[in-house]
Design a protein around this ligand. Structure first.
Ligand SMILES: [Zn+2]
Length: 332
């Protein structure tokens, strides 16, 4: 699974430009699912057909897109000015390497002349230097989007990479589909687009699927770093079962289902309350007439930086938990 995580993490895929990630996913799931479709927004949906009349229709979602930098203007000297695409943290951006869809690399620079050097920088004071010496020589256009560029690093138990939010969720769904031997349910594995700019893909996918229940797989913050936020979640303590976040209250029945299946399968879990941020589950919950949803979160440090860190044991336990949920009938 580490090789898959490396391929997914290193793939280019800011919101709206998920093609390269989608092709990696398609190649992995093509032979595993009964059928695979791509909807008009670009969500890739791999379906395992219903195997028993008592089964439920379940939507599982993980987003393919990553945060990025959208070019608004290229100046005469060839520097590209950018807007944030999703929740870009300016503090984590200066000096970072970024990559465009065409593979061109650049570095994020900061205006040297700032009015107030005591203030944290903003993205409007930054630019991308692609090594071009003029506007004409600049290899990108207005509207092109760059994502962070970093190779995945394996520290043994822990992995560091860009876009582990949410390629780790994508990898978990693929591995769950690969390991799923039998299920009474119809399961739609949905690899969503445009999560980072407002949960757009998950909303239309949930409407289209009209499932009985849904789960999102995504990362969550942890409280286990020096002077970190007061949160119960920690790396290495197992999948986090979301109770609530800034835009979603987990359906209590789904929370109990996840906790019960984890207990039966002896999978460690932790409860998650996330004050800021949300996941695809928030959009799924409000699709059509409403959907019972929950979220299994992978604890992660340094989210929305080029060096997101997860624990490999947590990742494997998330796969085990999904399998424990899918293998048996579900009564809500
Ligand atoms: Zn995410």
């Amino acid at each position: 699974m580490k090789a898959l995580l490396k391929t997914l993490s290193e793939a280019y895929g800011p919101s709206g430009a998920e093609d390269q990630v989608r092709e990696v996913v398609r190649a992995e799931v093509r032979k595993l699912a009964d059928y695979v479709t791509v909807d008009p927004l670009g969500n890739l949906i791999a379906v395992v057909k219903q195997q028993s009349k008592t089964g439920k229709k379940i939507m599982l979602a993980a987003h393919m897109d990553e945060i990025g930098f959208a070019v608004t203007h290229v100046d005469a000297a060839g520097f590209a000015r950018v807007l944030p695409s999703g929740g870009v943290n300016p503090l984590a951006s200066v000096g970072q390497r970024v990559r465009f869809a065409n593979g061109r690399l650049g570095v994020v620079g900061l205006d040297a002349r700032r009015d107030d050097l005591g203030k944290p920088p903003t993205l409007s004071e930054m630019f991308i230097d692609l090594g071009a010496s003029s506007r004409a020589a600049n290899p990108v256009q207005v509207g092109d989007v760059a994502g962070f560029w970093r190779p995945l690093e394996d520290l043994g138990g822990r992995l560091i990479g860009k876009s582990l939010d949410d390629r780790v969720g994508v990898a978990i769904l693929i591995e769950t589909l690969r390991a799923l031997k039998r299920t009474p349910h119809e399961v739609a594995f949905v690899f969503t687009v445009q999560e980072e700019i407002g949960l757009r893909g998950a909303g239309v996918a949930a409407f289209g699927l009209d499932a009985d229940l849904g789960l999102a797989l995504d990362v969550t913050r942890t409280g286990d770093t020096p002077n970190g936020p007061k949160m119960e979640t920690a790396l290495g303590a197992g999948p986090a079962i979301k109770v609530r976040d800034a835009r979603m209250l987990t359906d209590p029945r789904i929370k109990e289902l996840l906790l019960a299946r984890a207990r039966e399968a002896k999978i460690p879990t932790q409860l998650e309350v996330l004050e800021g941020g949300t996941t695809d589950a928030a959009a799924m919950q409000l699709a059509r007439g409403g959907l019972p949803v929950g979220c299994v979160s992978v604890p992660a440090r340094y989210i929305h930086t080029p060096s997101e860190m997860v624990d490999y044991g947590d990742v494997q336990q998330c796969v085990a938990l999904l399998l424990a949920v899918l293998h048996k009938p579900i009564e809500l």
